[in-house]
Design a protein around this ligand. Structure first.
Ligand code: SF4
Ligand code: SF4
Length: 335
């Protein structure tokens, strides 16, 4: 039923992915982010339930529960359940500091994906990027969570590749994730207008050759073990090389919901969030503005392009179906 709803939305060019900033509060102070500086007015669980039911009726199939830091909400598991009950598959995106106590077990007992951000295996670089001295805590929490053998969703360690990333460090992260039975994925560092990703000169790409080398390494590794990711890494490489990008997914494949329950086409426009009907009443204008943004300052936020990339390659991916099934058996069903 859920897959039918998602397929219908894809053919009708309606969003299937909700990016939900559960709260904008955060317990890290990342140099590449402005979100933690903001005030956050968070919806109650009941208000979230009403939004989830409305979004299900509009064809939504997935939700990223992110922030800020979603684990700062004591009712995160209930929020996961609200979306699951609506047939909207949740992915919790966390910095891992509070992924402890009974929370990992509760999430693992559900059909819920979990992505833990970890950018370096070097505690000093971790602190330099994340602004807090939490490397030991995050890695300890991942190791503890790895002892849970039955996980209902796909669990991953994810790294943002910045100018201070090295191939050696990425290989160490890859080994750590594998040791813990987690999938490992990387993403480019994004800074557009500063609404979400903030430009930091120490982290921004200068010479892109070492960055391309890291993405090419991951792409080549993924071709045999994580085929969907290899397709996305090819596009990451084009992005890092600053090649023109096809239209992003904003408004056609994904939308953003603020902690207060208002909506915007993408994370860069959350300052103009409005009730859903109001946002859609300006759909043509938003499409024009998103196209302009895509042309002049394209991003590669993880919600902004991946659905479009996979959709454009759907026939090619259909031929790779056995490889993709093997990936799901190994790491859990992301979909
Ligand atoms: S990037 Fe994420 S973890 Fe870091 S400060 Fe921003 S919201 Fe928090
Ligand atoms: S390229 Fe698209 S998703 Fe990225 S910031 Fe611009 S409008 Fe948003």
């Amino acid at each position: 039923m859920r897959y039918l709803r998602i397929a219908e939305s894809m053919f009708r060019r309606r969003p299937i992915l909700l990016i939900f900033d559960v709260t904008r509060r955060c317990n890290q102070r990342c140099r590449m982010c402005n979100i933690w500086r903001e005030r956050s007015e968070d919806m109650s669980l009941e208000e979230i339930r009403i939004k989830a039911e409305m979004l299900r009726d509009r064809g939504m199939g997935y939700v990223f529960l992110q922030g800020g830091e979603p684990t700062l909400r004591p009712d995160l598991v209930e929020i996961v359940d609200v979306f699951s009950a609506c047939g909207i598959k949740p992915t919790v995106i966390t910095n891992g500091i509070l992924l402890q106590g009974t929370l990992p077990e509760q999430l693992a007992a559900r059909r819920c994906n979990v992505a833990v951000s970890l950018d370096s295996m070097n505690p000093d670089i971790f602190k330099q990027i994340r602004g807090v001295d939490a490397f030991a805590k995050v890695t300890e929490n991942i190791r503890e969570a790895s002892k849970i053998k039955q996980r209902g969703g796909n669990w991953a360690v994810t790294s943002t590749i910045t100018a201070v990333s090295t191939l050696k460090d990425i290989q160490a992260l890859e080994s750590f994730a594998a040791e813990c039975g987690f999938m490992y994925a990387i993403r480019p560092y994004i800074h557009v207008s500063g609404a979400a990703g903030k430009r930091d000169d120490a982290l921004a790409y200068g010479d892109t050759a070492p960055i391309v080398e890291i993405f090419a390494y991951m792409r080549d590794r993924a071709r045999t073990s994580n085929y969907l990711a290899s397709v996305v890494y090819d596009e990451h490489i084009r992005y890092v090389r600053r090649e023109p990008q096809p239209m992003c997914d904003a408004l056609t494949r994904s939308i953003v919901m603020s902690p207060r329950g208002d909506f915007a086409p993408c994370i860069e426009f959350t300052g103009e969030s409005a009730p859903l009907g109001e946002m859609y009443s300006k759909k043509d204008e938003w499409i024009r503005r998103c196209a302009e943004c895509n042309r002049e300052t394209p991003c590669f936020y993880n919600d902004a392009r991946e659905i479009g990339i996979l959709w454009r390659k759907k026939l090619h991916l259909a031929l790779s179906f056995p490889r993709i099934i093997m990936q799901m058996i190994r790491y859990g069903n992301f979909f």
